[in-house]
Every structure is written in C-alpha cells, then in structure tokens.
Design a protein around this ligand. Structure first.
Ligand code: R5P
Length: 292
C-alpha cells in the first residue's frame, strides 16, 4: 500500500503511513497565478494500492478540486486500486433539499467521485452517516469521539459529563461517555434556514458542580457551543470544555467560545487548526488495514 498525503493533509497523511508502515509518495503542488491548482505525484503508482489523504476543509472548493485531480490521475498512472481518505467531507451537510431549488450537494459529490473511478472512501464523523449510502462505492465513516474522550480522560477528566449540543450529536456524546463513564445528555437546537442563527432550548441537566465536555462533529461559527455553554453555566457546571472532530473555527469562533466560559477547545487534525490536539491517524489507519 502507498499513502499519498495531499496538500491539505500532509501531516496527517504522514502519520497514517507511519501507523500502517506504508511507503509515502509526495505530491508537488502549486497554484497558478489565476488560482487554478496543479498537482504532480512524486513517484510511481503503477500496480499499487494507493491511499490518497486529502481533507476538504476550507478552502473547500480548492481542496475538493485537488482531491479530484489526485484521485482522477492515480488510475491514469496505473494504480490498481485508489482509496480516498477525506477526513472532513465538505458538502456532506447539504443532504436534502431544505428549500425549493437548492442543490443537494452531497449527491453531486457522490456522482463526481464515482465518475473519477475511486474504489473506496474513508471519512471521519460525517454529519449524517446515512449520506454514505448515496455513494456507489464502499464508503466508511470512522469516529474520532473515542480518541477525543481519551484525551480528556488522560488529563484527569474521568467521570466528566458528555453533552451533545443538539440531537444530531447524541450518538457522539454517547460514544464519548463510554470512555469517560460520567453519563451524557443532549439539547434541542433549531437553526434558522435563512439566517443560519441557532436557538437552543434549555432543559434540566445533571451537571451542577460537575465537569462537562460538549462533543460535536463540527465547530464552525461557534454558535452551537456558545448556546450550550450558556445553559451549562446557568445550571452550575464546574468546568466546561468543547471537543469536536472538525474544528473549522470560522471568523472569531475561538474568541466567542472561550469568552462564553469554555476553558479549552479540542479538535482533531482532520482539519488542521490551532486546536487540533488529537490525531485521527490511528482510527483511520485501523479502518484502512481492516477494509482496504
Ligand atoms: C450541525 O448541526 C453540526 O453538527 C454542528 O453543530 C454545527 O455545524 C456547528 O456550527 P456552528 O459552530 O456554526 O454553530
């Protein structure tokens, strides 16, 4: 197996290769003055099983094109099998037509990846696992919640309470609670389809005097975490932390979250960022070793 770390996931790709004891082939990458991307594999792919690691974090559209260029070229160069590891799968959240006339973005992504002739895809905490059924090739979701919860456990937060800031994150909090052992719960959240503003409904939680970690798949503008932190503070939580698989952290998200009373934000290297303190390399490598 050959691992190719794409321009958006150089470090993570290297770590995955190390876990698998696999050879690495680099990518020469540049951007033309007009903004177009150029990629060149720096080694032979002929008759090899190739794993391309390329997150589609911001700038999503450019990183997507680079993924398409790499995956679409590997077969041209004689690769036997091409599996793409896309830790953060952009456009996966738009999985239905919420308003008339909208693009169902993930359907288009699935069709393009099929046309490129990839043999499989691995992603991390995709927003809704059921979207992977739309992909007409093996597509697998792995979870970072175990490694995130372990990070906190090792820092002495065994027994901390795991909170899902919305119903979509309930399974994530449940998974984290299996490691932390301090129970879990969730909040009801509603997002305005036009403004994007979120509203979170308070409910009685078993958090008074306790350390709480909020677990979510994505932290984007931080609004979801800020609302949850406010409810936790009102109910007397002791220390509050936020953990996510994909720290997009748009605009002043970090400042907003920290000034809402959250002590620390912990994300993974699915999206390289200042809070990417936990690596998803071991979970991805395990999945590749098992399935591809
Ligand atoms: C959506 O429901 C996701 O699970 C996250 O809760 C959401 O993307 C977070 O977005 P923001 O940080 O902008 O509230």
């Amino acid at each position: 197996m050959i691992v190719v770390p794409g321009p958006a996931s150089k470090e993570l790709g290297g770590k995955i290769a190390k876990e698998l004891n696999a050879k690495v082939i680099g990518v020469f990458f540049k951007q033309f003055p007009d903004g177009e991307s150029y990629v060149r594999f720096e080694g032979e792919l002929e008759n090899e099983n190739v794993v391309i690691v390329q997150s589609t974090c911001p700038p999503q559209d450019s990183n997507l094109i680079r993924l398409f260029l790499l995956a679409g070229t590997a077969k041209d160069l004689g690769a036997k099998k091409v599996v793409v590891v896309v830790p953060y799968l952009a456009y996966a959240r738009q999985d239905k037509r919420f308003l008339p006339g909208e693009a169902v973005s993930v359907n288009v992504m699935a069709r393009v990846l099929k046309a490129i002739d990839i043999d499989g895809l691995v992603t991390v905490n995709v927003h809704e696992e059921k979207v992977l059924k739309k992909f007409d090739f093996p597509a697998k979701n792995v979870s970072a919640m175990g490694v995130l919860a372990k990070y906190f456990k090792e820092k002495g937060f065994d027994g901390a309470f795991a909170l899902a800031p919305d119903d979509g994150a309930l399974e994530l909090a449940k998974e984290a609670a299996e490691v932390l052992g301090g129970g879990y719960d969730w909040l009801y959240k509603k997002r305005d389809l036009h403004t994007g503003e979120v509203e979170t409904k308070a409910k009685k939680l078993d958090v008074a005097g306790r350390d709480v970690i909020i677990f979510d798949d994505i932290i984007s503008t931080g609004g979801t975490i800020v609302n949850a932190a406010k409810i936790l503070k009102e109910q007397g939580a002791r220390r509050i932390f936020a953990a996510c698989a994909h720290p997009l952290l748009i605009g002043n998200a970090v400042e907003r979250i920290l000034s809402s009373g959250v002590e620390e934000i912990v994300g993974t290297d699915s999206v390289p960022s200042m809070v990417s303190k936990v690596s998803v390399a071991p979970v991805i490598a395990k999945s590749l070793a098992e399935d591809f």
